[in-house]
Design a protein around this ligand. Structure first.
Ligand SMILES: [Zn+2]
Length: 353
């Protein structure tokens, strides 16, 4: 999501039948469904903040900050957990440190007490490495890599991807998603899926020569089959791979120049698309475009404040019920404890209250 922006951090429906029916015993009812219904009726607009929360210490910082965030107008917090969770189904993919199950439950309970919806995130498909560091899934399961054995030390690539056609990857990933849903008692999951550049690679024996749009849609549909169809939760994802960079005049980061954008016609419309743009522009044509396609769109900005205001103002003028509100991403520019006082968060949210 970064277009160089996480630099500061250092660091299916058809297919679900193939690999995502992990439990079988999961309840289809959301345990906190009553809470969610009340939240939905009280919150016609979504005023969110996205935070990296990857240890118990950070979770505790967030718990302490939640009352201030609520006062600033925040009613949704996306916590990017990735592999930093006390996974039991596949403990080999835990990052260290990680968030314990106990702390995850406490975090959700504390958020709900403030009227805030808490949504865990795990980056799927892309973003499986950062700089020279490959994240645990592909370290422990190199057979899932879209470019197995290629690009030592991740030289000459942006981030690694898993292979959406590997017959085993969904079994593992859906087990991790289940643990996040159950651990956080989550009513929704954000699956990331931004900035996927390695897809349909010549180095993948399954995907070589494949249509990037169909491959991307397969990954989306597999996750949707599990999260929405099987687990009855909402699914959110970043929207950049679904936008045609050329026709919408965006960069290759915040939109697609690698053939994935036609997947927009191949995925379910109940997915919430977090449409991120960080540059100051006169207009952001992706917002009306995605809404017109039938999706709920959650415009997602960052900083500086001028760009934040331009995007939030544009989105607010749409007067479209599918434009949910505004999501403030932070990407290491503000500490969790200081987020509630950060102007790129506080200023645009005033517009959506
Ligand atoms: Zn592949």
């Amino acid at each position: 999501m970064v277009s160089g922006m996480k630099l500061a951090l250092g660091l299916g429906s058809l297919l679900f039948a193939l690999g995502c029916q992990t439990g079988g015993g999961h309840s289809k009812t959301i345990e906190n469904g009553t809470w969610l219904k009340a939240w939905e009726s009280a919150n016609p607009t979504w005023r969110g903040v996205h935070l990296m929360v990857q240890s118990d210490e950070q979770a505790k910082s967030l718990i302490e900050t939640l009352p201030k965030l609520a006062s600033a107008g925040v009613n949704v917090v996306i916590v990017e957990v990735d592999y930093s969770f006390e996974f039991h189904s596949h403990p080999e993919v835990r990052s260290v440190p990680f968030i314990s199950r106990t702390q995850a439950r406490e975090l959700t309970a504390a958020a709900h007490a403030q009227g805030i919806r808490l949504i865990p995130q795990i980056n799927c498909l892309g973003h499986q490495s950062w700089s020279k560091t490959t994240l645990p899934l592909l370290v422990q399961h190199p057979e899932f890599d879209e470019t197995p054995g290629r690009f030592p030390q991740n030289k000459d690539i942006y981030c690694r991807s898993w292979c959406p056609q590997n017959p085993e990857v969904n079994r593992v990933v859906c087990a991790l998603v289940d643990e996040l849903i159950d651990g956080f008692d989550a009513d929704a999951v954000h699956v990331g899926m931004d900035e996927v550049f390695l897809i349909g690679s010549e180095y993948c024996p399954r995907c070589r020569g494949g249509d990037p749009a169909k491959l991307f849609a397969k990954a989306v549909n597999d996750l949707h089959g599990h999260i929405v169809t099987q687990r009855n939760r909402e699914m959110l994802m970043w929207g950049d791979r679904l936008l045609d960079a050329d026709s919408l005049h965006y960069s290759e980061w915040e939109a697609s120049k690698n053939g994935t954008y036609r997947a927009i016609e191949l995925i379910p419309k109940d997915i919430v698309l977090c449409d991120w743009h960080y540059e100051k522009r006169d207009d952001y044509p992706s917002v009306p475009f995605l809404a017109a396609k039938g999706f709920r769109v959650w415009p997602s900005g960052w900083q500086p404040l001028g760009a934040t205001r331009a995007f939030s103002d544009f989105a607010a003028k749409q007067k479209n019920s599918r434009v949910l509100g505004y999501l403030c991403t932070t990407w290491g520019k503000v500490k969790i404890r200081e987020a509630a006082d950060w102007p790129p968060l506080t200023e645009p949210l005033k517009e959506w209250r």
